[in-house]
Write a protein that binds this ligand. Structure first.
Ligand code: IFM
Length: 484
């Protein structure tokens, strides 16, 4: 007898996610100014193949077709980000109406097709002017290490809240602030490409502050029904062995990957061990009175982005000499201030995706249960999950991506598992709707459920998109993976 399918709760959202710089293009249109990612991608050697987001997948001009595509797939939600330099080009002062109109049009079109928008305010495209400005005169420079950037973010959040608040119910302040802080200012593999461990820690704090101030500013603009959250990429970090030394390595990375954000956001604190581990670098005096009350703004939901687990041990000499294996790109600088010399990263078991990230869905179940415990009563969304593979159209013109279907099947089953174990998960957003600009990897890595021919911009739903459409229509996942 066939075993029953896995049923998701009624009203569970089946979405897909994107980010402005990765898809919009139109980098110099309608008053948009450069973001740190424009500057970074135009700096030789920073992005594979010299790729930039100048054109990306031209979503700025093709948004109506893209919404139709989502509707054809039966998506019930779409998570996108607003480009800060498109709506407030200098990062301060009045908004550009044309920029806001673009997002108003997009939201109206989504709603007309019954697709619920989730807006992310910041997905890494800081206006370059703010990176260049440091009104406090701090030696750590401008951008996120500068406190004023958090206040600028709150102003921007208020502007977008006022413009879209009558039609958007779900709001996420930041996407993956870990990447903004530690890849942007620590290892330098992301924009703005700085490699200063203290700047990275300051950036982390100012992102936490920006989240709190931004949530306050949104709350002032939005109707009571609106829900405000944040999307983190917590690390499902595991010790290589149960030895005390490996457990301590796990603790260090948990502090720097996870608790540096969840401490201030959920509990209003930076944990003592995090402060002690980084004491050689900073006394954390950039944390001012009242900051940790602001960062703890009540969350209406928590977004979890998950791709792969991390495995760590106490530092081994062999690993110290070899290439980094933390999956965050090649750099001689560490994204782990104060921890690097104590910790070695190991590849988790499992098949690898085209990013060389191991496939292990148990990490997603673990995280959903972990944050159910840490944030009781706060609904969870999987705001990103997916995989890159080397997808190409076959002779039949179709794009067959069975590896991605298998990845999605196992991870969505992992979400179901977490729900059965008590996690209040309200939706799943596949990363990504479309193939797009994968940051330092340029267009070489394809995460989309929809294939994009970068020459012609033609969109072709891959077999995973058709598979996902069936799931969205039925709300039921076959218990076993069945290849098409
Ligand atoms: O493409 C990114 C996205 O912008 C943020 N989360 C991870 C994805 C895959 O690397």
């Amino acid at each position: 007898m066939a075993r029953e399918n896995l049923r998701f709760p009624p009203g569970f959202l089946w979405g897909a996610a994107t980010a402005a710089y990765q898809i919009e293009g139109a980098a110099r249109e309608d008053g948009r100014t450069p973001s740190i990612w424009d500057t970074f991608s135009h700096t030789p050697g920073k992005v594979l193949g010299g790729d930039t987001g100048d054109v990306a997948v031209d979503h700025y001009h093709r948004w109506r077709d893209d919404v139709r595509l989502m509707a054809d797939l039966g998506l019930t939600s779409y998570r996108f980000s607003v480009s800060w330099p498109r709506v407030q080009p200098t990062g301060r002062g009045p908004a550009v109406q044309r920029g806001l109109d673009f997002y108003r049009g997009l939201v109206d079109e989504l709603l007309a097709h019954g697709i619920r928008p989730m807006v992310t305010l910041y997905h890494w495209d800081l206006p370059q002017e703010l990176e260049d400005a440091f009104p406090s005169g701090s030696a750590a420079g401008g951008g996120w290490p500068e406190r004023d950037t958090a206040y600028r973010f709150a102003e921007y959040a208020g502007i977008v809240g006022e413009a879209l608040g009558d039609r958007v119910e779900m709001w996420s302040t930041l996407n993956e602030p870990w990447c903004s802080a530690f890849l942007g200012y620590g290892s330098g593999v992301h924009a703005p490409g700085r490699t200063d461990p203290v700047a990275a820690l300051r950036a982390a704090h100012h992102l936490n502050l920006a989240h709190g101030l931004g949530a306050q500013a949104l709350r002032e603009q939005l109707p009571a029904r609106a829900r405000i959250g944040v999307s983190l990429n917590p690390s499902a970090v595991r010790p290589l062995t149960a030895s005390a030394a490996d457990m301590d390595a796990r603790r260090r990375i948990d502090a720097l990957a996870n608790r540096v954000f969840t401490g201030p956001m959920l509990r209003g604190t930076y944990d003592d061990d995090l402060v002690a581990d980084t004491a050689r670098l900073t006394d954390w005096s950039f944390v001012q009175d009242d900051d940790l009350r602001i960062t703890r703004h009540p969350l209406d939901f928590l977004g979890i982005n998950y791709y792969s687990p991390a495995v760590v041990s106490a530092a081994t000499e062999e690993d110290a000499a070899g290439p980094r294996k933390d999956g965050h790109g090649a750099s001689e600088h560490s994204p782990w201030p104060g921890a690097d010399e104590h910790v070695s990263f190991h590849r988790a078991p499992g098949e690898l995706t085209a990013m060389d990230w191991p496939v292990d869905p148990t990490g997603l179940t673990d995280l959903l249960l972990e944050y159910t415990a840490q944030a009781p009563g706060v609904p969870l969304y999987v705001t990103e999950n997916g995989a890159a593979y080397d997808d190409k159209p076959g002779e039949d013109g179709q794009v067959h991506d069975p590896d991605r279907v298998r990845y999605l099947h196992s991870h969505i089953a992992a979400v179901h598992h977490a729900i059965l174990a008590g996690a209040d998960v309200r939706g799943y957003f596949l990363w990504s709707l479309l193939d797009n600009f994968e940051w330092a990897y340029g267009y070489s890595k394809r995460f989309g459920a929809v294939h994009v021919d970068y020459e012609t911009q033609a969109r072709t739903p891959k077999s995973s998109a058709h598979w996902y459409a069936r799931l969205a229509a039925s709300g039921e996942l076959p218990r076993e993976y069945v290849a098409d």
